[in-house]
Design a protein around this ligand. Structure first.
Ligand code: SF4
Ligand code: SF4
Ligand code: SF4
Length: 326
């Protein structure tokens, strides 16, 4: 039987999704047995010309968010050439951590990371326009980061930052099944339908009342009790389960940060969480608490609200879409 053609293209990434593949160990040998890797910058070749040349890709996998025009070109080439397109990692499913750059303009990001960054040239760094080496074409920053899933239609979604080992194993088995039986899924998620809370074994009360919002290091945590009932913010109620039989973070005494993105029933992960936290703070004290007091209680323990509520899904949040429409 012919090997399946397998390609991986990059958007804005941190490298963690590549590491997730190497974490499966000898299972990678199964992939090598059933698939011919025709494009994958970390493994075979990363020149975009190579991706332009290949045809009839069976499974195309995209890592990362879309920040530059080149990221978009790679995504669209993969879409055009692949029978099955896979969004791998939370950046690819929802925009992920690179999406937090949307709180700034592309000009201010460039100024912070490039023009104004410390350097060893007395005269400062050249502007990007001044760099004229023919072979060195800098990709153009788009005005904002997009979730790839907003630009093309994916057949399979593999959330997680990075996705767990089991998801990579399931994806390899899925490539095997496609090669043997030709099964093409429809917007299939390698995740569960319910919330992280449904799989968390910490004791949780029926109703959660929060007196004071605290950070992990400020609290003397009971390892068996729900984080929220101890005042430590945990995004389990608004996050899709699937990172492990028991959630990866809560089982290791850390709150869930929301990396699997929202559940299918939740339209906006950050807004939903913010409103449920406000209700927990208000519980039983609707008459005594003013709007100012509520804001004080919320902001006191939250140093970086956007990073907490929208860490993994800002590009698909309602607040971000409204901003881009302006
Ligand atoms: S999903 Fe997470 S691990 Fe994967 S590229 Fe994005 S930031 Fe890195
Ligand atoms: S809020 Fe967090 S700690 Fe509490 S039950 Fe849900 S996942 Fe577990
Ligand atoms: S517990 Fe939450 S943040 Fe941690 S891996 Fe699971 S979904 Fe991601």
């Amino acid at each position: 039987m012919k090997k399946a053609k397998f390609a991986v293209g990059y958007g804005s990434i941190c490298g963690g999704c590549d590491v997730a593949f190497t974490d499966v160990g000898t299972k990678l040998a199964d992939l090598a047995e059933i698939a011919e890797i025709v494009y994958w910058p970390a493994v075979v070749d990363g020149k975009i010309e190579r991706l332009e040349e290949v045809s009839n890709i069976d499974v195309g996998v995209y890592f990362g968010a879309v920040r530059t025009d080149e990221h978009e070109t790679v995504l669209r080439l993969l879409e055009e050439k692949s029978a099955i397109l896979v969004a791998f990692g939370t950046c690819s499913c929802y925009g992920g951590i690179p999406g937090l750059g949307n709180v700034e303009t592309s000009e201010s990001l460039l100024a912070t990371a490039y023009s104004n960054a410390p350097n060893t040239r007395a005269e400062g760094v050249p502007s990007l326009e001044e760099i004229t080496i023919e072979e060195l074409k800098m990709p153009k920053l788009r005005d904002y980061t997009s979730s790839p899933a907003d630009l093309v239609e994916f057949d399979v979604f593999v959330p997680g930052c990075p996705p767990p080992v089991q998801s990579v194993i399931d994806l390899i088995d899925f490539v095997k099944d496609y090669r043997e039986n030709g099964n093409v899924p429809d917007a299939f998620f390698l995740a569960k339908e319910g919330t992280v809370c449904e799989y968390c074994e910490r004791e949780k009360p029926d109703k959660i009342s929060i007196e004071k919002v605290m950070r992990v290091h400020e609290s003397d945590l009971d390892e068996d009790e729900c984080f929220l009932s101890q005042g430590v913010l945990c995004l389990g109620p608004v996050t899709r389960a699937g990172c492990g039989e028991e959630p990866r973070c809560t089982s290791k005494n850390m709150p869930c940060r929301g990396c699997f993105g929202p559940t299918p029933k939740i339209r906006d992960q950050g807004t939903k969480f913010l409103s449920s936290i406000a209700s927990s703070i208000m519980l039983g004290k609707e008459k005594q608490i003013s709007e100012e007091e509520l804001m004080r209680l919320l902001t006191e323990g939250i140093i970086d609200p956007v990073g907490l509520f929208y860490r993994f899904a800002l590009p698909v949040a309602i607040i971000n879409r409204k901003h881009q429409e302006k």
